[in-house]
Design a protein around this ligand. Structure first.
Ligand SMILES: *Cc1c(COP(=O)(O)O)cnc(C)c1O
Length: 380
């Protein structure tokens, strides 16, 4: 069979109309346990819903197809997925390399929890392959890359970093939350594992928290499945359903997020109160070349640095009306936030500290003229 297009897979992969009822959508299988035909006689592999649930299984197959991977696993949040992945791959004494502007929660988990269990880390700019190579030690098991990064929107060259990681015998993990598989497919570029916060663009409507892991590595998948069951941070069937409902429109939404973001970037680039615009689509962005090579488009996230420092940044956040002041990103509605005081407060004083004049915008899919007017009046 020829490979199907992205949206065809997003809408169909993992589910055919129900054989019995013809239901075109996967039912929400609200069942914690499954009848067995005699001891050990499971129907379709289901026994208990922590181990596996039919709704979740469709979501897992769907995300795996979108990431061009063999195995997908769903989790109750992006952090639960991250936690399971770190536990499946690291043992006391091991080391990992993380980007200097990783998601704050990822950094906090590694720095505050895993370090207590004897795991060490080094920080390297994701744009700098030589720095990543230099940060690798004989104990490095994982190279962790987020690209584009949150919130500085730096870009790592996935293929180049994969080569460096593999030369050292380490696995490359890519947190693909910002790009989504519509804009970039890390496994096809050499990454070993993809991790997602499906809370963001995949869910897409700010109504569900979830995470996922995709890999081609059968042993790693088995280890992750063991932790799904053994530690239990799985999504419920309603969460799995909501996430799938979002995924069906991912391509349409992402194109609109990108269209709107491009217009706002042009506006900010010409505005005197904006000192700097961080967007991988800009030709002078340090990651532009890598982004152009590995991404379909440049995404719906924009960060800007205000000429007036921290006060101006907080003021801008306070004055928008359509852009809602809130953490999170990737939903249909536009959001604005001050990373230094909000999502990335936990990085204060660390190597991952973010500039205090930085504002991050998650550009939604509202009418772009309204979004432009909103930021115009907020900066006036
Ligand atoms: C939100 C986010 C996470 C964490 O996901 P949750 O679903 O909030 O637990 C991880 N990585 C990135 C890049 C994120 O934006």
């Amino acid at each position: 069979m020829t490979d199907q297009g992205f949206s065809t897979k997003a809408i169909h992969a993992g589910w055919d109309p129900d054989a019995r009822t013809g239901a075109v959508n996967v039912p929400i299988y609200a069942s914690s346990t499954f009848a067995q035909d005699g001891v050990g006689g499971m129907r379709d592999g289901f026994e208990y819903a922590r181990t596996g649930n039919p709704t979740r299984r469709v979501l897992e197959a769907n995300i795996a197809a979108l990431e061009a991977g063999r195995f997908g696993r769903g989790f109750s949040s992006g952090m639960a997925a991250t936690d399971a992945l770190l536990r499946a791959t690291l043992r006391p004494g091991d080391h990992l390399v993380i980007p200097n502007d990783a998601y704050g929660g990822t950094f906090r988990l590694i720095d505050k929890v895993f370090s207590e269990w004897g795991i060490t880390y080094s920080v390297a700019p994701v744009v700098d392959v030589d720095a990543i190579r230099a940060a690798i030690t004989p104990k490095t098991k994982l190279v962790w890359v987020e690209t584009p990064t949150n919130p500085l929107l730096n870009v790592g060259d996935i293929a180049a970093v994969a080569e460096v990681a593999h030369a050292a015998g380490a696995k490359l993990v890519v947190d693909n939350t910002f790009a989504t598989p519509y804009l970039q497919q890390p496994l096809t570029l050499g990454a070993d594992v993809v991790v997602h916060s499906t809370t963001k663009y995949l869910g897409g409507h700010s109504d569900v928290v979830g995470g996922a892991i995709v890999t081609d590595d059968e042993q790693l998948d088995a280890d992750i499945a063991f932790l799904q069951n053994g530690a239990g941070a799985v999504p419920g069937p309603f969460d799995a359903y909501l996430t799938m409902r979002g995924i069906k429109t991912l391509a349409v939404r992402m194109d609109r997020h990108c269209d709107n973001a491009e217009e706002l970037v042009a506006f900010f680039s010409a505005h005197p109160k904006i000192e700097k615009v961080l967007y991988p689509g800009l030709a002078d962005h340090p990651g532009h070349e890598a982004a152009a090579k590995q991404m379909r488009r440049y995404g719906g996230m924009i960060s800007v640095q205000l000429a007036g420092g921290r006060e101006a940044a907080l003021d801008f956040c306070a004055r928008t009306k359509i852009f809602t002041l809130a953490e999170s990103l990737g939903g249909i509605e536009s959001l604005i936030e001050h990373p230094g005081a909000m999502t990335h407060a936990s990085t204060a004083g660390s190597l991952l500290e973010v500039p205090d004049n930085l504002v991050r915008l998650s550009v939604g899919i509202e009418d772009v003229d309204d979004l432009l007017e909103d930021v115009r009046q907020a900066l006036a």
